[in-house]
Design a protein around this ligand. Structure first.
Ligand code: AMP
Ligand code: MG
Length: 570
């Protein structure tokens, strides 16, 4: 239907949100008055305004003619708090005392409902690995309701791993500690890196064991169960629209689109009106823009989502569903952490922008019935590609510390660098962070040896023996071109370093660090989860004494499960 022909050779980008990193964080004031758990204000618009599944029994089924099913969380045996994120608690007006209370643990383990909570699971479908999979839905996520905080900001709360729902299909509705630690820490780390994301309020263990066959090889193991309480303005996915369109439920589709406009995109739409075709198209265009922005951030920090199915794409352009994701260690655009995707590598690092566009095309198909024209969708999808390209360019410009993107010099500089980074194993995070240390100290370029030039970046290499003479001379030659380009900008080293360090993080949630925290947590010691949470609140700061956490992946982690490869089993 929609012929979307957008070719990206290498994908690029630009944008000024990078300049805003960190500004969205919460600032605590002395005057803040907290609510308590029992006085949180709920205003559950999703369940109030959208059609519900009339059946209340919790058995697995196809749910037609509805956007959600009401369902109660399962009672868990012995919940224990592992960690909570203070900024998220703050956003909900919850005090630190509240968050360490027994009532908090019981509430966010699903054992205790607050009076105005209205728990439900959403109905959605999706394309998984490129194929339409039909109804999926919240198989193990149970939404508790929407909190409106003192600033009138709306936050939906959702428990992941709180028991079966009508959408659980053949699975158990539960989550294990290992995957919950990964989701909890990574979503908060992403937020502090300035990447659009869903958030995490809390992580609790349930006191129950969950059976998982981690590598789908017939060796299931009992693992500790856990629940993350996720928090976001909304959890609506591309798949929520797709399932309705796939069933020809155009009236409900229209309702969901209008609802999404009113609640998630109020700047586009007045509350009472039915959205016009033009508004729907403007909205689609904004979804494209937000998605481009999100992917550019992933490329900036070296994040690979791992399962970019359309049911894992947020309509708000938030990173959602942290499963077998990973962080690039050595720069390799072909890397994916997801063992389930090892053959096709559909969701590899360097392919994420194209996949997002393919997913947007599927969303366009879903909302097409409300518009009836293909051309405007094609325009937005083409615009996505252009906007991604220019945002990517700006992002790379900022990573390299240039004032502005100058195509004449920078296009080659960037593509030559990305080629060099792949020739030998080079840690992406350390490389960019250390690049800011390069300086000439008043010397002329031709007075500095190749070895001296390479000094600041040596730490980024995994195997020094891989640095052949020819490689060294190529890299040194690139560094000379780079320094010449910097000299043209005429910015002093300190100012440049400061700007580079604000976009090139020192600390990311390295795959092996998450695994070490998981190993400890599984033994009942949650200190490392809390240490990492604290560390990752300030990923761009030097944090003396914490350098250990900025080191390259140790050799033992090269091929250990959980450190370099993950399955979807969680
Ligand atoms: P994911 O690959 O995590 O995005 O999940 C795809 C679909 O499977 C979604 O509908 C999930 O809710 C569902 N799902 C994943 N794990 C479980 C589980 N343990 N129990 C029930 N549903 C699950
Ligand atoms: Mg999912």
């Amino acid at each position: 239907m929609i012929a979307c022909l957008i070719l990206f050779a290498e994908l690029r980008c630009q944008y000024d949100i990078l300049l805003n990193i960190g500004v969205t964080k919460y600032i605590m004031t002395d005057r803040k008055t907290y609510k308590t758990l029992d006085t949180l204000r709920f205003d559950n618009r999703f369940t109030r305004e959208l059609p519900a599944d009339p059946a209340l029994a919790n058995h697995r089924r196809e749910v037609v003619g509805a956007c959600y099913s009401r369902v109660q969380p399962k009672k868990m045996a012995e919940p224990t708090l592992v960690a909570y994120a203070r900024e998220v608690a703050e956003a909900l007006d919850l005090s630190p005392e509240d968050c360490t209370s027994e009532a908090f643990t019981q509430t966010f383990a699903g054992n205790r409902l607050l009076p105005d909570m209205d728990p439900y699971a959403m109905c959605y479908g999706g394309h998984q690995f490129g194929n339409w999979a039909g109804q999926l839905g919240d198989g193990r996520a149970i939404n508790l309701g929407e909190v409106v905080n003192q600033n009138n900001t709306r936050w939906a709360l959702q428990l992941k791993g709180a028991g079966p729902t009508p959408y659980s299909r053949t699975a158990d509705g539960l989550a294990v500690l290992r995957s919950s630690v990964r989701e909890f820490l990574c979503s908060e780390a992403m937020f502090h890196l300035g990447v659009p994301t869903t958030r995490a309020l809390s992580l609790v263990t349930t006191g129950e064991m969950v059976l998982r066959d981690m590598f789908y090889d017939g060796h299931p193991k009992q693992e500790p169960g856990a629940i993350v309480c996720r928090v976001a303005p909304s959890f609506t996915r591309f798949g929520n629209f797709q399932i309705l369109a796939s069933r020809g439920e155009n009236d409900i589709l229209k309702q969901l689109v209008n609802f999404t406009l009113r609640t998630d995109f109020p700047h586009l739409h007045k509350d009472t009106e039915e959205a016009s075709k033009e508004t729907i198209l403007t909205w689609f265009d904004e979804v494209c823009q937000r998605t481009a922005e999100m992917i550019v951030h992933w490329m900036r920090v070296g994040f690979v989502h791992g399962v970019m199915n359309t049911d894992n794409m947020s309509i708000l352009g938030l990173t959602i569903d942290y499963g077998p994701y990973g962080w690039l260690e050595n720069y390799d655009p072909n890397w994916t952490p997801n063992t389930t995707d090892a053959n096709g590598k559909r969701y590899r690092f360097g392919h994420q922008a194209q996949i997002a566009q393919w997913n947007l095309l599927q969303l366009a198909h879903a909302i097409y019935p409300l518009v009836g024209e293909t051309e405007p969708f094609e325009t937005s999808l083409n615009q996505y590609a252009k906007s991604y390209e220019s945002q990517w360019q700006t992002m790379m410009t900022q990573k390299l510390g240039f004032q502005t993107y100058e195509a004449e010099t920078d296009e080659d500089l960037i593509s030559d660098l990305l080629t060099l980074l792949q020739i030998v194993e080079t840690d992406m995070t350390i490389f960019y962070r250390n690049l800011s240390q390069l300086e000439l100290n008043g010397k002329a370029l031709d007075q500095v040896s190749d070895d001296m030039l390479m000094m600041p970046i040596l730490d980024a290499y995994y195997v020094l023996d891989q640095l052949s003479t020819s490689y060294r001379s190529k890299m040194a030659q690139w560094l000379r071109r780079y320094l010449t380009r910097l000299q043209k900008d005429g910015v002093n080293d300190d100012a440049r370093r400061k700007k580079m360090n604000a976009v090139n993080p020192k600390y990311v949630l390295r795959n092996y660090l998450a695994q070490l925290a998981i190993d400890k947590s599984e033994q009942g010691d949650h200190t490392m989860v809390n240490d990492l949470l604290e560390l990752l609140r300030r990923p761009y700061d030097e944090q003396p004494g914490k350098e250990e956490y900025a080191k390259k992946r140790p050799d033992w982690a090269r091929s250990r499960a959980g450190c370099s490869m993950l399955s979807c089993s969680s």
